[in-house]
Write a protein that binds this ligand. Structure first.
Ligand code: IMP
Length: 424
């Protein structure tokens, strides 16, 4: 069985935990989009792992981990991730494969990300400053891109880095009056990257197709959420990759028809980091309650996340665009203790009621949510393992999510640990 796990909101839905759980039944876990902007948290006993580029399956000693062509690889972050796991005696030596076609995020990408955001002032996108947008732009522009395969031929790379530095330095000076970058320093770092990462670097598309032919089970781990998709999200407040399930085939070279199930992950409420419209946002004590109780601070940047009610219009859109089969509803325990819960079932825009999500920031920012209010519960649900042992109002809430989205909720998260999960 091949399964793909996709975020149905604006990221941070709890995909790391879901992938970690499903990885137990998978031979291979594949990351295929995003880069160090992602932060997938996996909690195993007393250890908490924040994985940025490594697949969430990497904490399981027998799982093969693939970083496919669609990932923007920041080698510093990847090497740190590998070394952090090694300190916990989790080795990736013979089970990590990195695509030779993946693009490399270098220091100037991060610098460009930061300079651009600063220059935009109040119009900034609120990126994670991990260099994803500039690296993606170089990928699309082609002439100044660096891929993992380029680290194999260091002599050729040296010349290329000089050309890139000359080009970037003109931009940095003219647009931002910024310090130049040093091609020599970049090259030195690239030599270290080559030493440490070349042993893992290969043709991952070939490997994945062979694995499928051999009957291996593969778990595809999406990063960010569908609403941050470059083409289908709330543009321009999106990330620079296709983070809905539509990005999976291009991101790893495996067609969607080879995937048996697309599992969408949503939280029982909504969060967003960075700028952009968020119709159900609660910039008040309810939002603060959710933020504190759910630990809603960025895994990558530490920024407080914006919090709000569950938005069935947005989630249904992500389900439709992504052909999602079933839903994992995470953080149900975070809602415990609220007076009541709201679910957004439609928007009003220009006096008209709509239920199809407008994935366009200008239109979405005019959306006024229409809510249904349901009762909450006070009981501690963090140790519940059977759906029928949940308080009636928690069960009803889950059923309402199913009715509003039209998809079964097959996994429910009631806490950060692996065993704080209800399977239906
Ligand atoms: P970038 O991906 O760093 O360019 O940031 C673009 C937008 O996507 C910003 O609003 C970020 O906060 C958001 N974003 C990027 N990665 C994640 C993620 O993993 N979780 C949540 N939001 C993200």
């Amino acid at each position: 069985m091949n399964c793909c796990v996709i975020g149905l909101q604006w990221g941070d839905e709890g995909k790391g935990k879901v992938v970690d759980i499903l990885a137990e039944h998978s031979d291979i876990v594949v990351r295929y989009n995003g880069g160090a902007n992602a932060g997938h948290t996996v909690v195993v006993g007393d250890s908490r792992f924040a994985l940025h580029i490594l697949p969430s399956g990497s904490v399981r000693p027998n799982t093969i981990c693939v970083i496919a062509n669609g990932v923007f690889i920041d080698p510093d972050v990847l090497i740190e991730g590998i070394e952090t796991l090694a300190k916990k005696e989790i080795t990736l030596d013979d089970r990590l494969l990195i695509s030779e076609n993946a693009h490399v995020v270098l220091d100037y990408h991060k610098k460009e990300d930061q300079l651009r955001e600063e220059s935009l002032g109040k119009n900034k996108l609120g990126t994670t400053i991990r260099g994803i947008g500039p690296c993606c732009a170089d990928k699309v522009g082609r002439s100044y891109a660096v891929r993992m395969a380029d680290l194999r031929d260091l002599e050729k790379l040296k010349t290329k880095l000089q050309t890139i530095a000359d080009y970037k330095n003109k931009i940095f000076a003219a647009l931002y009056n910024a310090e130049p970058i040093s091609a020599g320093r970049l090259f030195k770092k690239c030599k270290t990257y080559a030493d440490k990462l070349m042993p893992f670097t290969t043709d991952t598309t070939k490997f994945l197709h062979k694995s499928i032919a051999d009957g291996k089970s593969i778990l595809f781990e999406g990063a960010q959420g569908s609403l941050l998709d470059l083409d289908h999200g709330t543009f321009p407040f999106v990330t620079s990759s296709n983070s809905s399930s539509l990005g999976m085939p291009a991101g790893c070279g495996v067609p969607a028809k080879m995937v048996d199930k697309f599992l969408g992950v949503a939280k029982a409420y909504t969060t967003r980091v960075g700028a952009g419209p968020f119709p159900t946002e609660q910039d008040n004590e309810i939002g603060q309650y959710i933020r504190d109780k759910g630990g809603e601070y960025g895994t990558t940047t530490g920024r407080p996340r914006r919090c709000g009610w569950f938005d069935a219009v947005a989630v249904s859109y992500a389900i439709t665009v992504g052909a999602i089969d079933c839903v994992a509803l995470m953080h149900l325990d975070t809602l415990t203790g609220l007076k009541e819960i709201k679910l957004c079932k439609a928007y009003k825009i220009d006096g008209q009621e709509i239920t199809f999500f407008p994935a366009n920031a200008a239109k979405l920012s005019q959306a006024c949510p229409i809510y249904e209010t349901v009762p909450c519960w006070d009981e501690d649900i963090t140790q519940v393992s059977d759906f029928h042992d949940l308080p009636a109002s928690a069960q009803d809430f889950v059923c309402r999510v199913e009715e509003m989205t039209g998809k079964p909720v097959t996994i429910i998260g009631v806490g950060p640990e692996r065993n704080q999960t209800i399977f239906r």
